[in-house]
Design a protein around this ligand. Structure first.
Ligand code: OSB
Ligand code: MG
Length: 370
């Protein structure tokens, strides 16, 4: 395959407003400032990546402006004008920077895109994807009342979503899950706590076992794998790890400890596609199913999520809902659409969707070029 050299990088910092606020146990998000990374190779082709950070450091320690800082000060200089024979190399080129995984992934994913385009292949082919279609689930933020939640779930089941994920927190958990289960006894249902509980809540969390959830995501601390193992020994419901699996090494240790039975893979959280692929393979070898989480991405991040979900161990529907569920207008063309809970994988080169520069520029806050 043809090597690439990144001759130019543009950071497009945009401000996008969600159609509806999204509430989790750590806060409510109404809009996101997003850093869209454009890398331009030796032949003038553009590759695109998204920093999946938010404005607040509440999911993990990063924000969009910490990512911009890390990109301009360290990450862009580390790859600019260097020959890259395969995007697998980029993660190691960033080895001298600790963590800052979302900043790393923003540019690493852009390099995968331009590499695939240069080699005239869809990104999923380069990644080793095997599926032509993927199934999609819907992640629902905390609602004012259980009745509001039941209405939403009804709507999303009607639209065809293959999995329903409900955000929970202390005070907004059992009555919500119970209400959904009573009305929809068979829907594939899960809960995501975003680190809102501790081991002191073990008896309370055990009550969730009644509701036949396919999993409970990240009930305990964002950086914990030990307490999760203790909790899993006391729960029938499988635990899925999100926040605390931020690398291949943490995935390996979590599997060894029995901290969970499912892994949510987010490309940004783990530092890019290469690390995400390694975690995918590790989980597959250990019979741990994975699914692709979301960070309320614009079309650019969403396109990468769709591409990686074509890998064989992504056996559970992901949080990659269509563009229209998040934005009045996305920045890609075509927007991501879904047919009865299924997204057809685009056949175009790279991420398979074009960035619409007019739409991008309408949302632009500022841009930087290197
Ligand atoms: O924990 O999966 C999460 C959104 C923001 C931060 C964390 C999470 C989420 C979601 C939304 O669940 C998934 C999506 O629709 O993008
Ligand atoms: Mg989560």
């Amino acid at each position: 395959m043809e090597p690439i050299r990144i001759d130019k990088v543009n950071l497009h910092i945009i401000d996008v407003t969600l159609k509806a606020p999204f509430t989790t146990s750590f806060g409510t998000m109404k809009s996101r400032e997003v850093c869209i990374v454009e890398v331009i190779d030796q032949s003038g082709l553009s590759g695109w990546g998204e920093s999946v950070t938010a404005n607040e450091p509440d999911y993990n320690e990063e924000t969009t402006y910490t990512a911009v800082h890390m990109l301009q000060k360290f990450l862009i200089p580390a790859i600019l004008k260097k020959e890259i024979s395969h995007p697998n190399e980029v993660f190691d080129m960033f080895h001298f920077v600790r963590r800052n995984h979302m900043a790393k992934a923003a540019i690493e994913t852009a390099i995968w895109d331009v590499f695939a385009k240069k080699n005239e292949k869809p990104l999923h082919e380069i990644l080793g994807g095997t599926k032509g279609k993927i199934e999609v689930g819907k992640s629902i933020g905390i609602q004012p009342t259980p009745a509001h939640l039941v209405d939403k779930v009804e709507q999303y089941i009607y639209e065809g979503f293959k999995k329903i994920k409900v955000k929970i927190a202390p005070g907004s958990d059992l009555p919500y899950i119970r209400a959904v289960r009573e009305k929809f006894p068979d829907v594939p249902l899960m809960a995501d706590a975003n680190s809102a509980y501790t081991l002191r809540d073990i008896e309370h969390l055990k009550k969730l076992d009644e509701y036949n959830l396919i999993m409970i995501e990240q009930p305990l601390a964002h950086d914990d794998i030990i307490d999760h193992a203790k909790l899993q020994r006391n729960l029938k419901t499988p635990i899925c790890l999100d926040e605390s699996v931020y690398s291949y090494e943490t995935a390996k240790k979590a599997i060894e400890l029995g901290s969970g039975q499912v892994v949510n893979i987010k490309i940004g959280r783990v530092g890019g596609l290469r690390e995400a692929l390694r975690i995918h393979d590790l989980c597959q070898e250990n019979n741990i199913p994975v699914w692709c989480g979301g960070m309320l991405e614009t079309g650019v991040g969403r396109a990468h999520n769709i591409q990686i979900t074509t890998l064989p161990n992504f056996t559970i529907p992901g949080d990659t809902a269509p563009s229209q569920h998040y934005w009045d207008e996305d920045i890609i063309d075509p927007e991501v659409t879904m047919n009865n809970g299924v997204i057809d994988i685009p056949k175009g080169f790279g991420i398979g969707y074009e960035v619409d520069r007019n739409k991008l520029n309408k949302k632009l806050v500022h841009s930087l070029s290197f």
